[in-house]
Design a protein around this ligand. Structure first.
Ligand code: HEC
Length: 188
C-alpha cells in the first residue's frame, strides 16, 4: 500500500532508502526494487565478464599488459620456488607458505589483467586473441586458478608437505589449462 501511494503521488524526491543503497536517491528505483525478485532469478550463475571491459585508453592498456607480464612472471617464479622446496628432502615450509600467500594474492590481481584492448593489437604479447573470443571460458579458467591458489595457500599454512604437494599439483593443472589454449610461446 505504501509503495502504491508513493507512486500515485509521483513524488520522486522521496528517497526512503531501499536495500540497494547505491540507488537510494532514486525513488523510482526503490519502487522497482519491490518488484525485482523475479527479474534477478537465475542471473547468479552467469560468469562475471566485467574483467573484460575495454581498457580506457592506450596508455592504460599498455600498463595492464605490463602488469600482466610482470604478474605472470612473478607467479612463474613463485611456482619454481615452491616446486623446488616441495621436492627437497626437507622443504623450507616458511618459504613455501609466504610464496603461496603471495601467489594467491597475485591470482586475485589477475582479474585486472585481461581488459579488452590489451591483446596482440598492442604489439608483442603472449596473450592470444582467443582470450577475448572466449570470455566466459577464460573467466572460468581464471576463477579455477584463483580457487586453487587459495586452497594451496590454505594448506601451505599448515605443516603437511604431502597435502601441499597434492594442492600444488591441482593448482598447476589450472595454469596449464589456461596456457594450453590462451598463451603463445614468446621468446625473449
Ligand atoms: C587465466 C589464464 C592463465 C592462468 C590461470 C595462468 N596464466 Fe600464466 N599466462 C597467461 C597468459 C595469457 C600469459 C601471457 C601474458 C602476456 O604475455 O601478456 C601468461 C604468461 C605466463 C608466464 C610468462 C610470463 C612472461 O610474460 O614472461 C609465466 C611464467 C606464467 N604465465 C606462469 C603461470 C603459472 C605458474 C600459473 C599458475 C600457477 C599461471 N601462469 C596461470 C595466462 C594464464
Amino acid at each position: 500500500m505504501r509503495i502504491i501511494s508513493i507512486a500515485a503521488l509521483a513524488l520522486p524526491l522521496i528517497a526512503c532508502g531501499g536495500p540497494d543503497t547505491s540507488q537510494a536517491n532514486n525513488a523510482a528505483a526503490n519502487i522497482s526494487n519491490e518488484a525485482r525478485p523475479a527479474a534477478t532469478a537465475g542471473a547468479s550463475t552467469a560468469a562475471d565478464l566485467s574483467m573484460f571491459a575495454r581498457a580506457p585508453s592506450k596508455e592504460a592498456a599498455l600498463k595492464i599488459r605490463h602488469d600482466r607480464h610482470e604478474g605472470m612472471e612473478a607467479i612463474g617464479k613463485g611456482n619454481k620456488i615452491i616446486k623446488q622446496e616441495l621436492n627437497a628432502g626437507s622443504p623450507n615450509l616458511a618459504l613455501v607458505r609466504s610464496t603461496a600467500a603471495r601467489m594467491a594474492a597475485l591470482a586475485g590481481q589477475a582479474s585486472g589483467w585481461f581488459h579488452a584492448g590489451t591483446g596482440p593489437e598492442l604489439g608483442k604479447t603472449g596473450a592470444k586473441p582467443e582470450i577475448w573470443q572466449n570470455q566466459p571460458d577464460v573467466a572460468a579458467k581464471l576463477t579455477a586458478f584463483q580457487k586453487a591458489a587459495r586452497a594451496f595457500s590454505d594448506v601451505a599454512a599448515g605443516n603437511d608437505p604431502e597435502a601441499m604437494k597434492t594442492r600444488f599439483a591441482a593448482m598447476s593443472q589450472t595454469c596449464k589449462a589456461c596456457h594450453d589454449k590462451y598463451r603463445s610461446e614468446m621468446h625473449h
